[in-house]
Ligand binder design. Structure first.
Ligand code: SAH
Length: 476
């Protein structure tokens, strides 16, 4: 072990996989973590970082491929920080996600044998590609060589893992095919005009991100440009370019005889002048069309504003919401609280079978959407409130709810909210989570105060990435 040095190359057999998706092998008994490897790979690995008891290695060459290894669908799989599991079969990806959830529940949540509650790991049935309805592409510059000299070119794509250098990607396979046309249109508007590109280091320049959203059921497309300013030059030219881009996309798919109804419904500018990692600012202005698009989940229609959260995988979302509805065990009379309700999707899904639903959400535009969504779907037994879930519930004089649903962001529930939930003592809690670690932490809190897990299900909402969604049913 003393003889090991940085840059040494060893042949390693990958025996396990970490929760972060890194392959794990051993050199002289010391664990090495290697990105981009699958269990069963035998690989030449270069040591890049040595710690006291473990090391990180870089994959140099596959000597003997694992039976679970597949060729990534995407040409920039090894560079882009987005999809880290593309080198494994979809079955082994689902297996990894299951292990990740169960081991968090056991290790962080102190839950014994969590698998006894597991109803299933539900993956995509047809294809695990092209599933996302939303994409956010950072816009920047990349250094290129032009006639022997250094030059800069507009780059649109994704961040490389752990850094903010942009890997140019024009057609991400997890997103809609129209994105490529949109990116081309924005790029040519930038390159042939007086439009600057944002530079994170200096905080100067205008265009920061391109965000697209497609209502997969309605075909409505929103293009949102996140800008470091209040307006853009030559906005008519941008809108014309985007209209043409959508036309060429439609023309292309008509040639392939695919019947999709895609329509550019909304072009907006989102204003973000802060130097933060947050992509979106709080305010948007319309350049063309409406300031929202619509989509459908089940038999409900939803309007979605640029700032509002909306689940990215509509196929899996419908299954997830059906499960949340099942876990809520509603008979038509219940009082339900939906914490972190976004545009009211889960609230309205539950309202059909509940007595009354109250939703809480921090983003004001999302609550505006939620109220309009209730009205447009003729739902009269749902009320929506803006604010922090942990604060707003304490202002209510609402009596005891029968069911509380929580669907927090990655950081999980605020402890104050968990305390309120315990005080409110509902019969059931349905916890929808996009982060097994904070889920496990919060479950521990609830279990220690008298709740019991009854069932849980895992949904693959984010195919090819490490992210995983879990829904848990708890009883008092
Ligand atoms: N249930 C919704 C949204 C879930 S995402 C759906 O399925 O679509 C989590 C939501 O919590 C986001 O809309 C985010 O804006 C909101 N949020 C984040 N912190 C919050 C807080 N402290 N109180 C209330 N809502 C919050």
């Amino acid at each position: 072990m003393n003889s090991m040095k940085k840059n040494d190359i060893f042949c390693v057999k990958i025996e396990d996989i970490s929760e972060e998706g890194l392959g794990i092998g051993h050199i002289d008994g010391m664990a090495v973590f290697v990105k981009g490897t699958a269990v069963g790979d035998v690989a030449d690995v270069r040591l890049v970082k040595l710690k006291k008891t473990y090391a990180f290695g870089r994959l140099e060459r596959i000597v003997e491929p694992s039976p679970y290894r597949v060729t990534p669908d995407c040409p920039v799989a090894d560079k882009c920080g987005g999809c880290t599991l593309q080198h494994m079969s979809y079955e082994s990806e689902l297996e990894l996600k299951k292990t990740k959830v169960l081991s968090c529940l056991e290790r962080i949540g102190g839950i014994e044998d969590p698998e006894q509650y597991l109803e299933g790991v539900f993956g995509m049935e047809d294809s695990y590609l092209r599933y996302r309805n939303k994409m956010q592409f950072p816009v920047g510059v990349k250094k290129v060589e032009k006639d022997g000299a250094e030059a800069f070119e507009t780059a649109v794509g994704f961040y490389a893992g752990r850094t903010h250098s942009i890997i140019p990607v024009d057609d991400c396979l997890t997103g809609h095919e129209v994105n490529k046309y949109v990116i081309d249109a924005v790029k040519s508007w930038i390159d042939s005009g007086s439009v600057s590109v944002y530079d994170e280091r200096t905080g100067k320049g205008l265009v920061r991100h391109i965000l697209t959203r497609v209502g997969k059921k309605t075909g409505e497309l929103m293009v949102c440009l996140v800008i470091n300013g209040r307006e853009v030059p030559e906005s008519e030219r941008l809108v014309e370019g985007l209209k043409k881009a959508v036309e060429s996309y439609i023309h292309k798919v008509e040639e392939k005889k695919i019947s999709v109804l895609l329509e550019l419904k909304s072009v907006v500018l989102n204003i973000n002048k802060e130097s933060t990692n947050r992509i979106m600012g709080d305010r948007s202005v319309v350049l063309y069309g409406e300031d929202f698009i619509r989509d459908k989940i089940g038999d409900l229609t939803f309007r979605i504003s640029p700032e509002s959260f909306y689940q990215v995988n509509p196929v899996q979302t419908e299954k997830l919401y059906d499960k949340a509805l099942e876990y809520a065990e509603l008979t038509g009379a219940e009082d339900v609280w939906d914490m972190y309700c976004g545009i009211g999707t889960i609230s309205l899904f539950l309202a059909k079978n509940a007595g009354k639903v109250r939703g809480v959400e921090i983003v004001p535009q999302a609550i505006e959407d939620a109220k309009k969504n209730a009205a447009e779907n003729d739902i009269t037994n749902a009320e929506f409130y803006v604010g922090k879930a942990e604060d707003v519930v304490n202002e209510w004089d609402a009596g005891r709810p029968d069911v509380i649903v929580v669907d927090p962001p990655r950081k999980g529930c605020d402890e104050k909210l968990l305390e309120t939930i315990c005080g409110a003592a509902p019969e059931r809690v349905v916890y929808v989570s996009c982060n097994p670690a904070t889920l496990a932490r919060d479950l521990k809190y609830l279990i220690e105060r008298g709740f019991k897990i009854e069932k849980l299900s895992i949904y693959d909402q984010f195919c090819r990435s490490l992210h995983v969604e879990t829904v848990v049913k708890l009883k008092k």
